[in-house]
Design a protein around this ligand. Structure first.
Ligand code: ATP
Length: 584
C-alpha cells in the first residue's frame, strides 16, 4: 500500500515536499509559542518590559497562520491537480477501451470508479501522505527529546506505543477490506441508477418504479452495511492513540515516581518527561488515523487499476498518408470470415460478401443470423477469428502509419455507419451533424442535409440547425432521427456506408423518402444495408442472404426469389409483402 501511495505521488513530489516543509514549519511555530508566552508571563510578573516578548508572540501567531494557510493551499492544490490528471487519464483510457470489455462491465460502475474512487485516492494522496509524514516527524522529534531526558522511560513509552501501532495496523487491514466492499457497493449503486434512469420510459410504462426503487434501496443498504462496518472499525482505531498515550503517561508517572524516590531521577526531569509524553497525543492520534486511511486507498486503487488493466485501442490518430484505394477493387470485400463472442461458440462461419463501388447491397437473414455482428466486425469493434475484410482492396494492417499505429482511425474514417436506433446526442442539430467532421464547411453540411432528405425537418424546426434536440434526440421523431443519422454518416464522405434499417414501422411517406435517400446516397458511396423492408431489398443491386452466420446465397432479388426457398420464406414473413397466393 505504501509503495502504491509512493507511486501515485509521481509528478507531485516537489509540491508535496513543499507542503510537508510548510506543515512542519507551522508546527514548529506552534511549538515555539508556549516558550514565548512563558517569557511574556515571566516578564509581566517580574514587572520587566514585556514589549519585545509580546511582539515575538504576535509574530509567531501571525507567521503560523500564514505558513499554515500556505501549506493547506499547496496541499489542496496538489490534490486537485492529482485528481484532474488521474481523471483525464482515466477518461482517455475509458474512451479507448475495447468494445468487448463493455459486454461484461457496467457503464455506471465505470463512471463511479472515475468519480468516487478517484476522490478516495486524492484524500489518501494529499492529507494522509503529508499528515502522516509530518506527524511521524513530530513524534520522532519528541521521542528524541524524551531519550535525551531519560532513556529508560523513553524505552517504556516506545514499547507501549509500538504494541499500540501493531494493533492499529491489524485493524487497519480490516478497514481496508471494508473500504473495498464499500467502494464496490457504491459502484453497484451507480450502475443500477444508470440502468434505471437510462430506461425511465420503460420503467414508467411497466409501472416498475417500486421494484426499481427496491433494487436501488438494496444496493444502498449494501453500501450502508459496508460503510457502517468501516465506521465501526475506524471508531475502534481512533481512540487507541489516546489510550496508548494515557497508559504511557500513567506508566511513566509510576516508574518515574519510584525512580525519583530512589534518587535515580530528578523531579524536574520527571515533569519534563511527562510533558513530552502528553505532547505526543495529538500527532500520534493523527498519524494513527492516517494509517487507517492509507488502507482505505487499497479498494479504490484496485478499482481504478482494473480500469487501466482493460485492453484499449491504439490512441494514435489516423496516419496522414494512408495508401490510396486499389484500382478496380470493390468498396468492401469480406472473405471466409469467422467469429464468435466467446471461444468455441462461433456466430459467423466463413461469411463471404462483396459490395462493389456505388452499389447498394442488402443484407438479409432471420433474426440472430449474424447481420449486426458482421457490421460490428466491419467497424472493427471486434477482431475476427479468421478470414479477411478489405475496404477499397486494403486490409486493416495496410493502413498503419509509422510504428504500425493509427490503422483503426484510418479504417473507420472510410466508413459511415447508421445504427438501427439512430442515436442522436444531446446538443444542437448542427453539433450532431458535424460529429464525424467537426471542420466541415457550411456547403458540405447542407449537401449532407439534402442527401439525407433532412431539409424539410430543418426548415420546420424553430431554430433550424441550431435547435436543441434533447437528451438522446428526444425532441425528434423516429424518422427524423434516422435522417439525422444518415446526414451525420455521409458528411465526412465515406467510401462505404453501413446502414442498419430500423425494424420499427415507418409510414409510407418516410419509407419512400428512405428509398429516395438510398438512391441518392448510391451516387456518393457504396452501401451495405441490413434490410428489414421489402422496398429496400427490391431497390438493392444484389441481396446477400445470411443463415446461421453463413452466406447462404447472393444474387438479385428476383434470382433469390426463384432459387432459394429460405429467401421466399423470409420474404413471405415480411409484413410489407403480401403472401404469394396459394394453390386454389
Ligand atoms: N455482444 C454480444 N455478446 C454475446 N453474444 C452476442 C452479442 N451480440 C450478439 N450476440 C449473439 O450473436 C448472434 C447473432 O446476433 P446478431 O445481433 O448479429 O444477429 P442479427 O442477424 O443482427 O439479428 P437481428 O436481425 O435480430 O438484429 C445472436 O445469437 C446473439 O445472441
Amino acid at each position: 500500500m505504501f509503495r502504491r501511495l509512493w507511486e501515485m505521488t509521481e509528478g507531485h513530489r516537489k509540491a508535496l515536499g513543499g507542503a510537508l516543509l510548510l506543515t512542519l514549519a507551522a508546527a514548529g511555530l506552534g511549538i515555539a509559542q508556549p516558550l514565548a508566552a512563558q517569557a511574556l508571563v515571566d516578564a509581566l510578573t517580574a514587572g520587566q518590559p514585556a514589549r519585545s516578548s509580546a511582539a515575538v508572540l504576535v509574530t509567531l501567531l501571525l507567521a503560523q497562520a500564514a505558513v499554515g494557510g500556505s501549506a493547506y493551499y499547496l496541499l489542496e492544490r496538489t490534490g486537485e491537480r492529482f485528481t484532474r490528471r488521474l481523471r483525464t487519464g482515466l477518461f482517455a483510457h475509458l474512451l479507448r477501451i475495447e468494445i468487448p470489455v463493455f459486454d461484461r462491465m457496467r457503464v455506471g460502475d465505470l463512471l463511479s470508479r472515475a468519480s468516487t474512487d478517484v476522490l478516495v485516492l486524492q484524500e489518501a494522496m494529499t492529507q494522509v501522505c503529508v499528515q502522516l509524514a509530518a506527524n511521524l516527524i513530530v513524534v520522532a522529534a519528541v521521542a528524541t527529546a524524551l531519550f535525551l531526558t531519560d532513556p529508560l522511560l523513553m524505552g517504556l513509552v516506545t514499547g507501549m506505543l509500538l504494541a499500540d501501532a501493531l494493533l492499529v495496523a491489524r485493524i487497519s487491514v480490516r478497514v481496508g477490506h471494508a473500504s473495498t466492499r464499500f467502494q464496490a457497493a457504491v459502484g453497484r449503486i451507480a450502475a443500477e441508477a444508470e440502468r434505471v434512469l437510462g430506461s425511465l420510459r420503460t420503467v414508467r410504462a411497466y409501472r416498475a418504479e417500486e421494484r426499481e426503487l427496491r433494487a436501488l434501496a438494496d444496493a444502498a443498504d449494501e453500501a450502508y452495511a459496508a460503510g457502517l462496518h468501516r465506521v465501526r472499525l475506524t471508531a475502534a482505531v481512533n481512540p487507541l492513540a489516546e489510550v496508548a498515550v494515557r497508559s504511557a503517561f500513567l506508566l511513566v508517572l509510576l516508574v518515574g515516581t519510584v525512580r525519583v524516590s530512589q534518587g535515580n531521577l530528578s523531579p524536574g526531569a520527571l515533569v519534563a518527561v511527562l510533558l513530552y509524553v502528553s505532547q505526543l497525543a495529538f500527532p500520534l492520534g493523527q498519524a494513527i488515523e492516517s494509517i487507517a486511511a492509507v488502507y482505505k486507498l487499497k479498494g479504490a486503487a484496485d478499482r481504478v487499476q482494473e480500469v487501466y488493466a482493460c485492453p484499449a485501442e491504439d490512441a494514435a490518430p489516423a496516419a496522414p498518408d494512408v495508401p490510396a484505394a486499389v484500382s478496380g477493387a470493390p468498396a468492401l470485400e469480406i472473405r471466409d470470415l469467422a467469429f464468435g463472442y466467446s471461444a468455441h461458440t462461433p456466430v459467423l462461419h466463413n461469411l463471404t460478401l462483396t459490395v462493389p463501388r456505388h452499389a447498394l447491397v442488402a443484407l438479409v437473414g432471420r433474426s440472430g443470423s449474424g447481420k449486426s455482428t458482421a457490421f460490428a466486425l466491419v467497424n472493427r469493434f471486434y477482431q475476427p477469428w479468421s478470414g479477411s475484410i478489405r475496404i477499397d482492396g486494403r486490409e486493416l494492417a495496410d493502413l498503419a502509419g509509422p510504428q504500425g499505429r493509427g490503422a483503426l482511425p484510418a479504417w473507420r474514417s472510410r466508413i459511415g455507419w447508421v445504427e438501427q436506433d439512430c442515436p442522436v446526442l444531446h446538443g444542437t442539430l448542427r453539433e450532431n451533424l458535424l460529429y464525424g467532421a467537426p471542420d466541415a464547411p457550411e456547403a458540405e453540411l447542407w449537401r449532407a442535409v439534402d442527401l439525407a432528405g433532412l431539409q424539410g425537418t430543418v426548415d420546420r424546426l424553430p431554430d433550424g440547425l441550431d435547435t436543441e434536440v434533447g437528451e438522446r434526440g428526444s425532441r425528434l421523431s423516429g424518422g427524423e432521427r434516422q435522417r439525422v443519422a444518415i446526414a451525420r454518416a455521409v458528411l465526412p464522405r465515406p467510401r462505404l456506408l453501413l446502414m442498419d434499417e430500423p425494424t420499427a414501422h415507418l409510414d409510407p411517406a418516410s419509407e419512400s423518402a428512405l428509398t429516395t435517400s438510398l438512391g441518392r446516397l448510391r451516387r456518393e458511396c457504396a452501401l451495405l444495408v441490413i434490410a428489414h423492408r421489402m422496398s429496400t431489398v427490391q431497390a438493392a443491386d444484389s441481396v446477400v442472404l445470411l443463415d446461421g452466420g453463413r452466406t447462404l446465397a447472393s444474387g438479385t432479388y428476383h434470382e433469390l426469389l426463384q432459387s432459394r426457398p429460405e429467401f421466399r420464406r423470409l420474404v413471405g414473413r415480411s409484413a410489407s409483402v403480401p403472401e404469394p397466393p396459394g394453390p386454389g
